[in-house]
Design a protein around this ligand. Structure first.
Ligand code: SAH
Ligand code: SF4
Length: 394
């Protein structure tokens, strides 16, 4: 028997959530260690208080100062008057028949973004959003039809992970390898490398040893190919890198990913070759969405092999997930298998990804925040208008 899909619209704010936007207290989540120490100094407290708070917030998952029992009652009251430990509010939570869970999180200004948890046998991956909307206009991606509303803050980025852990009650941080929420992928809405400072600040919190303590090997940042920021990401964060490649030549890639006109394949592949730690033990992932008649022929597969020659990498073949109004179709199953086999025969790993959470629209490229009821034709027109507007603005 399969578990039925659950869908909960949540309208009551619970402890630790900030949804109203009326609370003037400062959220301690998302602050760097230094900023947290400064916040303590500002209220006349010693720096070690920051260490204690860090432990409560990121190791124990506390959202309430009252629970922080090694702080004096006076201090707890003082903290409560000035600060909160808050997560984004789950406006909606849906669980798929395959166990995938999706949240629509609402931030203090009312903006929303989606987060997905994908359980697997050997891991559990939290897919995090970095922006509300996206400035880019990849033609196969639903988020690409939405305008960029704003970057998410470090608190909102790390807050998605904390709220996902709350949802499964995974506190305190398990110190062995048997975590349920064991991996993070920055593959939700938005282009993480166009919000790198905030993404990096959030990931530093996620990686800190005395809190969530997730190894950088369990974090993957996915980018459409913002070349200068790839260099920065390697230098400053050095998490695993995934590239949304989707085409082996500039002509095809320019059409489906207009960012390629700015950073063409030659530069992108060079940035991958230069990425620190690119080795067989730590390969770069190339994501490749299978689009019927566009990028899926044996000739495309052979061109791909040539393109990445000598680069320690693996492919992830993603069957295209259609959305209403999309101009594309997914390649046929046989075509995808032939494609995978050609790459496999060249000695490169190329698994075909099974879409997860399809019944709750949680699969790659389907994340969205609008719920307007429009026909496919209206959506297509709306998408074309959005692409034209965004591209004119660049
Ligand atoms: N902006 C980043 C991360 C978010 S997109 C990036 O582009 O890499 C996450 C992944 O989903 C990307 O590889 C993206 O190309 C892919 N994707 C987008 N729309 C899709 C769709 N409709 N079907 C399948 N994969 C899609
Ligand atoms: Fe933005 Fe990534 Fe979608 Fe492209 S694929 S529009 S970069 S979210």
């Amino acid at each position: 028997m399969t578990t039925p899909t659950t869908d909960t619209a949540i309208d009551t704010a619970t402890a630790g959530e900030t949804g109203s936007g009326t609370d003037a207290r400062v959220n301690l989540i998302g602050l760097t260690r230094e900023a947290l120490a400064e916040a303590m100094a500002d209220i006349g407290e010693k720096p070690f208080r920051a260490k204690q708070l860090w432990h409560w917030m990121y190791y124990r998952g506390a959202t309430d100062f009252a629970a922080m029992t090694d702080l004096s009652k006076t201090l707890r009251t003082k903290l409560e008057e000035r600060f909160v430990v808050a997560r984004p509010k789950a406006a909606r939570e849906q669980t798929s028949t395959d166990g995938t869970r999706k949240w629509l999180f609402e931030f203090t200004d009312g903006q929303k973004a989606e987060t997905v948890f994908i359980p697997d046998e050997d891991r559990g991956t939290v897919c995090i959003s970095s922006q509300v909307g996206c400035t880019l206009t990849c033609r196969f991606c639903h988020t690409g039809t939405q305008r960029l509303v704003r970057n998410l803050t470090p608190a909102e980025i790390v807050g998605q992970f904390l709220a996902a852990r709350d949802s499964y009650g995974e506190w305190p941080t398990p110190m062995d390898e048997r975590r349920m929420l064991s991996n993070v992928v920055l593959m939700g809405m938005g282009e993480p490398l166009y919000n790198f400072d905030n993404v990096a600040a959030a990931m530093r919190i996620v990686m800190a040893d005395d809190g969530i303590a997730l190894s950088r090997r369990r974090i993957t940042l996915s980018t459409s190919g913002v070349v200068p920021e790839i260099h920065r990401c390697g230098k400053e964060l050095n998490v695993n890198l995934a590239i949304s490649l989707h085409a082996p030549d500039d002509d095809t890639r320019n059409v489906i990913m207009p960012i390629n006109k700015k950073y063409p394949l030659k530069e992108l592949i060079q940035a991958c070759r230069d990425y620190p730690g690119a080795s067989n033990a730590r390969r770069i992932t190339f994501e490749y969405v299978m689009l019927k008649g566009l990028n899926d022929t044996p000739a495309h597969a052979r061109a791909l092999i040539k393109l990445v020659k000598g680069l320690p990498c693996k492919f992830n073949l993603i069957p295209f997930n259609p959305w209403p109004g999309t101009p594309y179709e997914c390649s046929d199953a046989d075509t995808i298998h032939t494609f995978a086999e050609i790459i496999w025969n060249a000695g490169l790993s190329a698994p075909i990804r099974t879409p997860r959470g399809r019944d709750i629209l949680a699969a790659c490229g389907q994340l969205k925040t609008d719920s307007e009821k429009l026909s496919a034709r209206e959506r297509r027109l709306q998408a074309e208008k959005a692409w034209a507007e965004k591209e004119a603005a660049v």
